[in-house]
Each structure stands twice: as structure tokens, then as C-alpha cells.
Design a protein around this ligand. Structure first.
Ligand SMILES: [Zn+2]
Ligand SMILES: [Zn+2]
Length: 357
């Protein structure tokens, strides 16, 4: 009994000492984590090939598990974003990918959820590498207005940054955005917008009316390929431009679940919310439609993103997918933020893992 009592006293004293020293312990842990974070470059560790990093798998609907729509495509160490929804910069920091390495952004359309994170990305890139040129926004006509508006919104802030940190750290020429608009020639619904260093990027029209223009992008690098749909309902042009791709990354909305949300909103007398929920059903593809299109295009794997509605319970993934996995017959995943899908060059492998915490 005495020994037990002595043991309890010793454990109590030890816990007390740890409690008393919790500040210095937390600082020591933080110093180690900071050292790692400052040196981290997850992209430098990747094999040569094509990689897709999910910087946001959500939608305009608030979702505690998902940032706004954002896909980073990494090819031979170069990083491009397709859209930059809210939280994009945070995803890069959590995954250990330096934002200073981002070379440019391809915009699919101008819905706010695809633009909300642009400014944070531009700021992190600018000061992350003392960029001397602004972040390029490549997109359909209208992208000039987006760049001009953002530049005006943050002109005062950019001035503060340079004045505070000095031009060598925040060069005035590197803040903000530069627009690079493309236009489809008459009768053409796809166009190569980048072709250098072995990387080819093809833009193609999709169907997201009344949001028009709306486009998707195909990336080809060293025999590997992936397609990012942007927001689209089922579209034959997407199938045509996805032929034989290794990976199709497509937006997905499950109508049955959204209708349940609309019914609940109606019941609660929230007519506005119910109307919006009903309106969005027909301008996104369902998981089953994505699966059918992926099969038709002969893609090797499918990653569903821009997930609507939010799924606070894991079990909801079953009704969300419906018959999609059976229809496609190959690997078909629901994207999580910070997923990395790797397509190494000189191989047929498709690897999926998650970066950071
Ligand atoms: Zn969207
Ligand atoms: Zn949209």
C-alpha cells in the first residue's frame, strides 16, 4: 500500500514538472517544427513526371473539411495552379510546397469560389521568392478584368509591403497579377496555350452555363496526361479532350443529396436557399456521369473534386457515389484536400497519397 502511494506521488510530481515546463517544451517542439518547415520542399522530393496536388476539393458551400476549388499540376518540378479557391495558400503551407515556386494560374471560369484564394497565393509567391514579375493568370476573355480588379484592390497593400520590407524583398514589379487571355479561333473548341520544356497544356470548352466561357485543361508531359474539368455538366467536348488520359479530375455533385438539402431548406421556409440548391443541380456533373464520361474517354483513373454537397459523415460517401465506381470499373476516388496523385514518367503507375497534416 505504501509503495502504491509512493508511486502515485512520484507520478504526480512528474506530471506537475511537465505541467510547469509546458511552455519551454512547446517552444522546443516548435523550434524543431520551424526548422523542418523552413527547409521543406515537397516538390523537390517528387520523381520526374506529372503530379496533381489537391489544394482545395470543396465548392462555394461552406465545408469544414474542404478548401475552395484548387488543383496544382506539377510537371518536371514546375508548378501551375488550375483555379485558386479560398484556403489554397494554406494547403501549400501545410503540404510543404513553397508558394514561391508557383509559375502561373490557369482559370477555368470566373465564379468567385475559384478566385477567392488568388490574392493569398500571389502574396506568398511574391515575397516567397522576391518575384520581379506578377503572377500570370491565363484564362478566357474576362481574365483581364479579374487581374485589373485584383490589382486595384491590393495596390495600397502592395505599396505597404515594399515600403516596409524594401524593394529587394518585395520588388514593386512582382506584386499582383498579369492577365494572359486566349480566344478560341472560329469553329475550334480546343487550343494549346502552353508548349515548352516537354509540357503541353491544352484548353477546351466545357458546359457550365450561364457561366460562360467555362473551360477545362489537359496537361501532357513525358507520356503522362491528366485533365482538370473545371466546373461542367456532362460535356462531349470534355470526353473528346480526355481521350486516353491517365487521370480525369472532375467536379461532382450528387443530385439526390442536394435535393434533400433543398427539401430541408423549403421545410424551414428558406425559399432563397432552396431555389439556389435546385438551380445548381444541372450545371455540375453527377459522380455517375463523370464515371460514364471517364469510361467513354478511356481514362485510367478518376478523381472527383469540387464535392457538392459537403459530407460531414463518412457514410455519406456511399449515396454520394451511387453507381459511379461500378460504372467506371477502375480507380475512382473522392478527393481530399492535400491529396497528391503521381504519374511518374516512364511508367504506367498511378500513386495516391496525402501530403502534410
Ligand atoms: Zn465552382
Ligand atoms: Zn462554377
Amino acid at each position: 500500500m505504501k509503495r502504491l502511494l509512493a508511486g502515485i506521488i512520484v507520478i504526480g510530481l512528474l506530471l506537475g514538472a511537465v505541467w510547469y515546463a509546458r511552455g519551454p517544451i512547446a517552444l522546443a517542439i516548435t523550434d524543431r517544427a520551424l526548422d523542418k518547415a523552413m527547409r521543406d520542399d515537397a516538390v523537390a522530393k517528387l520523381p520526374d513526371g506529372l503530379h496533381a496536388f489537391v489544394c482545395g476539393s470543396g465548392s462555394p458551400l461552406p465545408d469544414k473539411d474542404r478548401n475552395g476549388p484548387c488543383t496544382a499540376v506539377i510537371a518536371g518540378g514546375r508548378i501551375f495552379l488550375v483555379d485558386a479557391g479560398e484556403g489554397a495558400a494554406e494547403s501549400f503551407a501545410r503540404a510543404g510546397i513553397p508558394a514561391g515556386r508557383i509559375e502561373g494560374v490557369f482559370l477555368t471560369h470566373f465564379h468567385s469560389d475559384h478566385l477567392d484564394g488568388l490574392s493569398a497565393v500571389a502574396l506568398q509567391r511574391w515575397v516567397g521568392k522576391a518575384a520581379t514579375t506578377p503572377l500570370t493568370l491565363t484564362g478566357p476573355p474576362g481574365v483581364e478584368r479579374i487581374a485589373a480588379g485584383l490589382n486595384e484592390l491590393y495596390a495600397i497593400d502592395n505599396g505597404y509591403r515594399t515600403a516596409h520590407h524594401g524593394a529587394p524583398v518585395a520588388p514593386p514589379s512582382g506584386g499582383g497579377f498579369a492577365a494572359r487571355a486566349f480566344a478560341f479561333p472560329d469553329g475550334q473548341d480546343s487550343l494549346v496555350v502552353l508548349n515548352d520544356g516537354g509540357l503541353k497544356v491544352t484548353v477546351f470548352k466545357v458546359d457550365h452555363g450561364p457561366a460562360d466561357p467555362a473551360v477545362g485543361y489537359r496537361f501532357d508531359y513525358k507520356g503522362r496526361s491528366l485533365v482538370v474539368s473545371g466546373d461542367s455538366s456532362a460535356a462531349p467536348n470534355l470526353v473528346a479532350n480526355s481521350k486516353g488520359a491517365d487521370l480525369l479530375i472532375h467536379d461532382a455533385l450528387q443530385p439526390a443529396l442536394v435535393r434533400r438539402m433543398a427539401a430541408a431548406a423549403n421545410e424551414a421556409g428558406l425559399k432563397n436557399r432552396a431555389k439556389i440548391l435546385e438551380d445548381i443541380i444541372n450545371y455540375h456533373a453527377s459522380p455517375e456521369e463523370v464515371a460514364r464520361q471517364g469510361k467513354e474517354a478511356g481514362v485510367k483513373a478518376v478523381l472527383l473534386t469540387h464535392i457538392v454537397p459537403p459530407m460531414p459523415l463518412r457514410g455519406l460517401e456511399v449515396p454520394f457515389l451511387g453507381e459511379a465506381r461500378k460504372t467506371f470499373g477502375g480507380p475512382l476516388w473522392i478527393a481530399r484536400d492535400r491529396d497528391l496523385i503521381s504519374l511518374p514518367a516512364g511508367s504506367t503507375k498511378i500513386d495516391r497519397r496525402r501530403l502534410g497534416r
